[in-house]
Design a protein around this ligand. Structure first.
Ligand SMILES: Cc1cc2nc3c(=O)[nH]c(=O)nc-3n(C[C@H](O)[C@H](O)[C@H](O)COP(=O)(O)OP(=O)(O)OC[C@H]3O[C@@H](n4cnc5c(N)ncnc54)[C@H](O)[C@@H]3O)c2cc1C
Length: 437
């Protein structure tokens, strides 16, 4: 294993990679370089004097599956267990899901009985689309859009209403452009292996089994039926605790240190250029968004930079509003794949305009009127990567090119194998493990 390791970007991916490196290669010198004045990347919270917690990035982390278990394990390790705020499957926030269609809120069925009733906006009971899915022929396509996949397996209404909203919620993206293979790998694999999404899901197709220890927090999450969790002082507590754990281990974290170039060195390692000078590294872990990393690479790595340039991201306006007499603040997220069409250039749009649009939406959808006590508008530029159809092939080409050219660089972060906080942490740890061999 190399001696000097540099991690670039201290979002949740870079922090997770650095923590894992400090655990598995304690003898190596590890440096974490971050351009801004704080760690955490998109995990950003405002804590008001009155005690409100306003999130400008992620607000909920799923507990299920290996990636969910892995994050809970990390939360325990860094001493945040007592700050967990679980939301169970029985909680109204989990059970009650609404779609806004044709100017009205439509509640999605929450019971088996509901699935057999005809509930708007669907023209048939959902049970009908589910019942015929296992007998439909399987596709031989290498990839297709999320919308095409769901239309084929569950019908056009399911794709147009439920799946379209799901993709807006997770990726702020357009299900007609997003790849099913890369955005929902277990569903794609279920059809491939079992000929049916439902059958495959029932037998747990493609699920990676958790092979680590069963800690108290995992047992509690299972016993109490946690669907998601947050943290009582906001999601920013997660990178804060990760940073504190790293500093306690003596890892060097350099804030205000934008990397300006990463290039090959004659000894097979890398040179990492910052405004302060040149760092020699045996290996670099980039936890930067693909579109940020590409321009930092040298002409010799142009094919890699070109491939990275094809992974685009969308911008999201996050508007937090607090109203008199309401216990919970309201968050409105707008834009995503439709940002430019709706608001123009994310760099130029006025915050007043975004605030007005958010207040209109809150009035129209939730019936909340009047002036908010607090309003914070953030334009999160290029914040969610979009995995278009064929993303898997792009990743395969990148991986082949970097391996065949012995590029001492590991790519981590939301641009590649999952955008959720869970995926970012899990993939960062796997990236470190791949280098260990
Ligand atoms: C509005 C929003 C809501 C979300 N909601 C959820 C949710 O509810 N649940 C969930 O699981 N996920 C959610 N996500 C997704 C998740 O938060 C992100 O995918 C994840 O935080 C990305 O982390 P990252 O470390 O890969 O990248 P980033 O957070 O982008 O981190 C990259 C870091 O690199 C730094 N950097 C940039 N350029 C340089 C440079 N030249 N040199 C050095 N450093 C540099 C940046 O300052 C940043 O700190 C949401 C995301 C957004 C934006």
């Amino acid at each position: 294993m190399p001696r000097t390791l540099v991690v670039v970007g201290a979002g949740v991916s870079g922090l997770a990679a650095t923590l894992h490196l400090s655990r598995v290669v304690p003898a190596a010198k590890v440096l974490l370089l971050e351009a801004s004045d704080r760690t955490g990347g998109w995990l950003q919270t405002t804590r008001t004097e009155e005690g409100a917690i306003l999130e400008h990035g992620p607000r909920g982390v799923r507990s299920a599956g290996t990636v969910g278990t892995n994050t809970l394990q990390l939360v325990s390790e860094i001493g945040l267990e007592s700050e967990l705020l679980p939301i169970t499957y029985n909680n109204a926030a989990t059970k009650n899901r609404y779609l806004f269609v044709g100017g009205k809120l439509c509640k999605l069925p929450t019971s088996v009985r509901g699935a057999f009733s005809r509930l708007p906006p669907f023209s048939q009971p959902l049970a009908w689309s589910l019942a015929r899915e296992p007998i439909l022929p399987r596709s031989k396509e290498e990839d297709e859009s999320v919308h095409a996949f769901f239309t084929r397996r569950f019908g056009a209404e399911m794709a147009d209403y439920a799946v379209d909203s799901l993709c807006r919620g997770i990726f702020a993206g357009d299900c007609r452009k997003l790849s099913v293979r890369s955005c929902f790998p277990p569903l794609f694999q279920a059809e491939r292996s079992w000929g049916s999404v439902l059958l495959g899901m029932l037998v747990g197709s493609g699920a990676v089994k958790w092979d680590g220890a069963q800690t108290e927090v995992m047992k509690r999450a299972r016993r109490e039926g946690w669907a998601q969790w947050s943290l009582c002082r906001g999601m920013q507590s997660l990178p804060e605790a990760m940073e504190a754990a790293l500093r306690a281990k003596g890892v060097e974290i350099h804030l205000h240190t934008p990397v300006t170039e990463i290039r090959p060195a004659a000894d097979g390692g890398c040179q990492v250029l910052t405004e302060g000078g040149i760092l020699a590294a045996d290996h670099v872990f980039s936890a930067l968004p693909a579109g940020v990393l590409g321009p930092l690479l040298p002409p010799a790595w142009r094919p890699l930079a070109q491939a990275l340039g094809k992974i685009n991201s969308v911008s999201v306006a996050v508007v937090n509003l607090e109203y008199e007499g309401r216990v919970l603040p309201v968050t409105v997220m707008m834009g995503g794949s439709w940002f430019t069409g709706a608001f123009g250039d994310p760099q130029k749009v006025s915050k007043e305009h975004l605030l007005e649009r958010a207040k209109e939406a809150v009035q129209e959808h939730l019936g909340i009127t009047g002036q908010p006590l607090t309003a914070i508008v953030k334009v999160q530029k290029d914040c969610i990567p979009q995995y278009g159809v064929g993303h898997w092939k792009l990743l395969a080409d990148i991986s082949e090119w970097t391996a065949s050219h012995l590029v001492p660089l590991t790519l981590l972060g939301a641009s590649y194998d999952g955008v959720s906080v869970n995926d970012c942490i899990y993939q960062a740890q796997r990236g470190v493990e791949r280098l260990r061999g």
